[in-house]
Design a protein around this ligand. Structure first.
Ligand code: GLN
Length: 486
């Protein structure tokens, strides 16, 4: 059977594999062919694994032996900050150019057990710091919808791989929007699960109280399947929580309802930093959900406007401590200086990019004595208030909707020299990392966007973001499937 990659999702691929319409080797080969055709231009992958076909053969064996699950034989792309034993994991940094992982991340062990096929490791902003992959030490990833634009970031390589048919699905990490924003820019679905639902063991830490691993895919159903494989308590990550933790809260709140109620924080959506085309696509999506029977309510989130500021204090503070391990002694790149301490300076200077250094400095500053109370402690107090605002709102609604990002994918280079305007792109996404709540980006119908150069651009993709109560990923899947007609 000829494989049409455009029409595939996990369920369909699984059915074909089970029916013997094609094998995992054939499916994997189809993706490898696409990668060969497109990757030199798009730069989604830093490396394509030479053992992908071998993994596909094993998957085919599992299928013929009747041991297959949903993910068996499914080709998946992995972000370069997730460890796969024996493979390089560079986090798109010179610092770890040759670093070979010595163990599997928990999410990887789970996928291996299922018989998933790893196609390769994908490009990202260095150590996941950024929103465009322009901070990668290995070049920018281009948006498959428009090669002059970024694919978003930091999981831009994973998003471009899926959007460009170079992988069926992918894994990314999300600290302030790094799964959802590239999903929005590339017209696919991206899920950041509840903090603690997916193990962070074997994932390079950026902001440990914010990081989560999640799927990027063409459909909500695919995200759900992967989420179900990844989730669960892990003794190797003390922050993971069991299934039961939030069950009571969510089942009580949602009992007996036919359709979910969606809250919109209108007071936060009026700013001129948000493209009017984004807002008009957003309003249309909300209208169509209303027509489908969803109740739409306005909600107040009094402290949400502080989210971005709080994020850009808490995140660099955690970054500065997590990055201390890259000292040129224990891992990766080593450069000699005149003294021991200069070795350290030289190695970090040679190994780390500008944005990473900026965040280490910023984080060290907000944690330094005298400033700790003024910045870090204050930010943490406001973080608690923001979470409280959301918890209150969730007493009367099941979901909160905003656009995923204030604009569609911007042009390569447009924001590269302006870190603050790059940070502003995280305005809607960083909040869910601060509150630990699950959030998902779902493509809306493309509007025509006014380009910064004045021209009209044909329908660039843009996402709508839904946030749900802790542990209520089910609500995200429900509304997402309805929106995409799955
Ligand atoms: N764009 C955000 C940042 O630069 C998000 C990064 C992330 O989620 N890893 O911090």
């Amino acid at each position: 059977m000829k494989i049409d990659l455009n029409k595939l999702n996990i369920v369909r691929a699984h059915t074909h594999l089970m029916n013997g319409d094609f094998t995992s080797v054939e499916l994997t080969r189809a993706y490898l062919d696409e990668i060969k055709k497109k990757n030199s231009e798009v730069n989604a992958y830093l490396e394509v694994f030479d053992d992908a076909l071998e993994a596909a053969e094993n998957a085919d064996k599992m299928i013929t032996e009747g041991k297959a699950g949903m993910m068996t034989g499914i080709p998946i792309a992995i972000k370069d900050n997730i460890l796969i034993k024996g493979k390089i994991a560079s986090a798109s940094s010179k610092m770890l150019e040759d670093y070979q992982a010595t163990y599997d991340a928990t999410v990887i062990s789970k996928l291996i057990k299922e018989g998933a096929v790893f196609l390769g490791r994908t490009n990202m902003d260095e150590f996941a710091m950024g929103g465009s992959t322009e901070n990668s030490a290995y070049g920018v990833t281009k948006n498959p919808h428009d090669l002059s634009r970024v694919a978003g970031g930091s999981s831009g390589g994973s998003a471009a791989a899926v959007a460009g048919n170079m992988a069926l699905v992918a894994l990314g990490s999300d600290t302030g929007g790094s799964i959802r924003q590239p999903a929005s820019y590339c017209g696919i679905v991206g899920l950041k699960p509840t903090y603690g639902r997916v193990s962070r063991y074997g994932v390079m830490a950026m902001g440990s109280s914010l990081d989560q691993i999640g799927p990027l895919a063409n459909t909500v159903g695919d995200c759900e399947i992967i989420y179900n494989v990844l989730k669960g308590k892990d003794p190797k990550d003390g922050t993971t929580i069991s299934e039961e933790t939030y069950k009571i809260e969510t089942s009580g709140a949602r009992s007996g309802k036919k359709k979910l109620t969606i809250g919109i924080p209108r007071h936060f959506l009026g700013g001129d930093g948000i493209d009017k085309e984004v807002m008009s696509a957003f309003e249309k999506s909300i209208d169509s959900l209303k027509n489908k029977g969803y109740e739409i309510k306005e909600v107040q989130l009094p402290n949400i406007s502080y989210s971005l500021m709080v994020y850009y204090i808490v995140m660099p503070a955690e970054v500065s401590s997590n990055m201390a391990r890259f000292d040129g002694v224990r891992f990766g790149l080593h450069k000699d200086g005149k003294t021991g301490i200069e070795d350290y300076f030289e190695s970090r200077r040679a190994g780390l990019g500008k944005e990473v250094i900026r965040r280490i400095l910023l984080g060290t500053y907000v944690l330094s004595s005298g400033y700790h109370d003024a910045y870090y402690n204050r930010a943490n107090a406001i973080r608690a208030m923001i979470t409280e605002d959301f918890s209150k709102a969730f007493e009367s609604v099941d979901l909160i909707a905003t656009p995923t990002a204030p604009s569609p994918a911007f042009r390569i280079g447009e924001k590269a020299d302006d870190p603050v305007s790059m940070y502003l792109a995280d305005i809607f996404t960083a909040t869910a990392n601060l509150t630990g709540m699950p959030a998902m980006s779902i493509p809306m119908n493309g509007e025509k966007f006014e380009d910064s150069s004045g021209g009209r651009e044909a329908g660039l993709p843009i996402g709508i973001q839904f946030t749900a109560r802790h542990g209520d990923e089910a609500a995200l899947f429900e509304v997402g499937k309805e929106m995409l007609g799955e």
